[in-house]
Design a protein around this ligand. Structure first.
Ligand code: MGD
Ligand code: MGD
Ligand code: MO
Length: 774
């Protein structure tokens, strides 16, 4: 049964398009958050829940990984954080009756929005081979089914264990321990789709794959570049930090193909003037770059810096820093000096004058922070691009200094912590040595599969059991049709989830749904009430304590699920390691004691994490300009310029988030800041490109992929929206457009799908367009 992904919301009769907004948040943001929360949770529960978010004694917002400052507001959440919480704390429930009413085949035809709206999962469910419906199953029986499938494999490498970034440190640690005790490093995670390019580039150049700034650095910067990121929608609390920097005199530059609302103006709802006034104009300069043009831009800026230094020696570069702390300057400088301006202008689509203006801003700034997200990480040349950003900051000593540094802005609230805990298909030998010493078994040393390689392995029959700790693998990954086929070839798929999603409907021969507690819920175990810990985008680790009663008495925590399964699936001594799984599941302090002995920076974990606000992990470059690379220095690198060229009549498509979604969870059908209401199948194209291609605003088109591998990839039925994006580029929402992202089109080194550069052609849809409804 090969049902394709749902082509939902093709009926766009209610779709309306208005002008894009120029500012973000303010009163409309607050009203929206309360309205959404009230619909899902009721008003009283909404207020009580929202007041506990991101407080020192409450739970960590499951929305994004942006850090909390030291002074917290009574309402330390944002419109989109409130939506994320309402999704989890909803009063709606998916029960066994629901599954009895809806055959899996029917659920597979439902939209992401509809599936998410059904509410919280309430008990373990099992889809037997050939069955049309999921049926209830006990936890014991479920563990037995998984253990049986794992035991039947020829090798543990025939199983793959995915993690999405909401999983706590404690759950992640026992999960990787279980998987490695089983004998594989097949630990793909959402990071492979997300900031892997940042990690790859940073480890190579500065020796650690994490950002080098704190919130204070951002406040104290005098120039902040926000590159390839849409904070108004995806990290709204970051706007408060930018506003604060701005008030202290910083200048802000937005580098983006789209004029995103939050980057232009911001009304801070936490201050009276932000509620009433016209807000703060954030960006001093908007560089409307072509998709994939950032490598060229940073090369050009670096060339200009070198030339300025030659013209006035000793005044531009931080020579002392370069000499004392870096390696490879001469090769880098020789290469960058040869940067060709014509290529820069072609790649970036910018005017030389604007690049020179940016250069003068750089010269006038002592402390520079570069922030970035998916606009930099999801291209073929993402790793070289981020390396070039590192070159840029190294030239003037902007790493390891107050008010300056690298700021990759993470997505999922604990994606950074999961990696710290060992969720990684390519673990370091030091980490494995520490595990071996602590637990007395020999973990596998060969590398495992990442996300793309897991899909290939399932497609080719090399992975037969797929286990997901959260997330929505089938919708988050590229080439939806290929991925769906691949999953259907496995013998067992297991999803540990809070909410229903498409990954429950596209299954292996047999399938299990294991429902789990969310961040907001109280977690009471044998050893009493438990808390978990998370690490934010700036390496701060803190506790998160759920307060709401669980959505159902039959839910188990992620820690309990892993430990219960491990007990069942791993042989005990003398053949197995005999780890104290039941004790771990009863008292998370015991897990933290082990983390403290295995993971550097977590010494005395249990005591330090109980301090209000937690603690910050060490970071050599940030703290002491110590670079844990092979040479002990930061590395300048040579990154050849690449120009994204597409044939006549084609556009480069980027796949982005609307204001009303959390990755694959679609909250609603509006994208308020971009002026879209009641529909998601829209494609944003520059008005002059439309004319050139022979289309008009509101035409209905199919998006046809042009990867050149002979495979036809079509996303049908999109409305064209004339929009001020960069020329030659277009944008549409994922997950609907994941059908167009080829599995083999990935970033060099990091293997991240190129979700921000898909070559497409617009083809008139058989049913032609009618003017906008409103
Ligand atoms: N409400 C909400 N919050 C979220 C999420 C969510 O879905 N909803 N997702 C979370 C996750 S997992 C993540 S990773 C983050 C994602 O946060 P973002 O990276 O902000 O998310 P995207 O929507 O992918 O937006 C990419 C931005 O980069 C720009 N861009 C695209 N290509 C290029 C390019 O080549 N160059 C430049 N300079 N810019 C480019 C786009 O125009 C867009 O503004 O947000 C996290 N927070
Ligand atoms: N085309 C395209 N594709 C992309 C991207 C893009 O920009 N363009 N972005 C990529 C990025 S940056 C990311 S991070 C991935 C995201 O990929 P994923 O992390 O796999 O996807 P999510 O949509 O965040 O997962 C949502 C599901 O997680 C489950 N869930 C929520 N909270 C919890 C919890 O506390 N515990 C457990 N066990 N489950 C929970 C719910 O069942 C929910 O349905 O998508 C990637 N895919
Ligand atoms: Mo992400």
């Amino acid at each position: 049964m090969a049902v394709g992904p749902p082509e939902d919301d093709v009926d766009d009769s209610g779709l309306t398009v208005g002008p894009p907004k120029e500012y973000a948040a303010g009163i409309p943001g607050v009203v929206q958050s309360l309205r959404h929360a009230g619909r899902q949770m009721g008003v009283r529960r909404s207020l009580l829940t929202l007041l506990a978010v991101n407080q020192k004694k409450g739970f960590d917002c499951p929305g994004c990984a942006w850090p909390e400052g030291d002074e917290r507001h009574a309402a330390e959440f944002c419109e989109n954080g409130a939506k994320a919480i309402a999704e989890e704390a909803t009063l709606r429930r998916v029960t066994r009756d629901f599954f009895a009413r809806h055959p899996v085949g029917e659920l597979a035809g439902r939209s992401d929005h509809w599936l998410g709206q059904q509410g919280r999962l309430t008990e373990p469910m099992y889809l037997e081979e050939g069955a049309g419906h999921y049926r209830p199953v006990s936890w014991d029986e479920a563990y037995g089914i998984i253990a049986g499938e794992l035991a039947a494999l020829d090798s543990p490498d025939e199983a793959s264990f995915y993690t999405s970034g909401r999983t706590s440190n404690e759950a992640a640690f026992v999960y990787q321990l279980f998987v490695r005790a089983l004998g594989t490093n097949n630990l793909p995670d959402c990071s492979n789709l997300c900031h892997e390019s940042s990690g790859s580039a940073l480890v190579e150049t500065i020796g650690i794959g994490k950002g080098s700034v704190s919130l204070t650095d951002l406040h104290e910067a005098d120039l902040v570049l926000v590159v390839g990121q849409n904070p108004g929608t995806n990290h709204p609390r970051m706007l408060s930090a930018l506003e604060r920097a701005k008030r202290a005199g910083a200048r802000i530059v937005a580098v983006n193909p789209l004029p995103e609302a939050g980057l232009l103006r911001f009304r801070n709802p936490q201050r009276p003037s932000g509620v009433a006034g016209s807000g703060t104009a954030l960006a001093d300069e908007f560089a409307q770059i072509r998709l994939g043009g950032d490598l060229a831009l940073f090369r050009a800026l670096n060339r200009l810096l070198l030339e300025a230094e030659e013209a006035a020696p000793g005044t531009v570069l931080d020579r002392a820093f370069v000499e004392e702390h870096t390696h490879g300057f001469a090769d880098f400088a020789a290469d960058v000096r040869a940067t060709d301006w014509d290529e820069v202008l072609e790649a970036t689509g910018l005017e030389r004058e604007q690049i020179e203006r940016l250069h003068r801003m750089v010269l006038g700034s002592e402390r520079i922070v570069v922030c970035w997200a998916m606009g930099l990480t999801q291209h073929k040349h993402s790793v070289p691009t981020i390396r070039e950003v590192v070159n840029f900051l190294l030239l003037r000593g902007n790493i390891g200094r107050r008010g300056a540094g690298l700021c990759p802005v993470r997505g999922h609230s604990n994606v950074q912590g999961d990696r710290t805990m060992g969720i990684y298909e390519k673990p370091s030998p030091e980490f494995l040595d520490a595990l071996e010493k602590e637990f007395g078994f020999a973990p596998p040393r060969h590398h495992g599969y990442d996300v793309v390689d897991t899909i290939r392995a399932m497609r080719d029959g090399r992975v037969k059991v797929f286990f997901a700790m959260g997330g929505n693998f089938v919708r988050a990954t590229p080439d939806s049709r290929v991925t769906e086929e691949a999953l259907r070839r496995t013998s067992l798929t297991v999803q540990v989830s809070t909410k229903l999603n498409r990954s429950h409907t596209v299954t292996g021969r047999r399938a299990l749904i294991l429902p789990t507690l969310g961040r907001t819920e109280a977690d009471v175990r044998a050893g009493g009430p438990q808390f978990v810990t998370v690490e934010d985008s700036m390496s701060a680790v803190h506790a998160s304590t759920g307060t709401l009663p669980p959505a159902s008495p039959r839910l188990r925590s992620e820690v309990a699920i892993v430990c219960g399964l491990a007990e069942r699936a791993l042989p005990g001594p003398p053949t197995g390691p005999g780890l104290p799984w039941a004790e771990f599941a009863g008292d998370y302090d015991l897990i933290r004691d082990r983390i403290a002995r295995v993971v550097p920076g977590f010494e005395d974990f249990n005591r330090r994490v109980r301090a209000p606000g937690g603690f910050v992990l060490p970071h050599g470059p940030r703290d002491a300009r110590q670079f844990p690379t092979a040479t002990g220095r930061a590395h300048f690198t040579v990154n050849p310029l690449e120009v994204l060229r597409v044939p006549e009549g084609r556009l480069i498509l980027q796949t982005v988030r609307s204001h009303d979604q959390y990755n694959t969870t679609v909250y609603g059908l509006d994208d308020r800041y971009r002026g879209i209401r009641n529909g998601r199948r829209v494609v944003f194209v520059h008005p002059e490109d439309l004319v050139g291609l022979g289309f008009a605003d509101a035409d209905r088109v199919d998006l046809v992929g042009e990867y050149g591998d002979g495979v036809t990839r079509v996303a049908p039925g999109f409305r064209v929206v004339a929009y001020p994006t960069a020329r030659g580029c277009c944008a549409a929402y994922f997950p609907e457009t994941n059908v167009l992202v080829p599995l083999d089109s990935t970033a060099d080194v990091s293997n991240t799908p190129t979700s921000k550069s898909v070559v497409v052609r617009l083809v008139r849809h058989p049913e032609s367009g009618t003017p906008w409804a409103g």
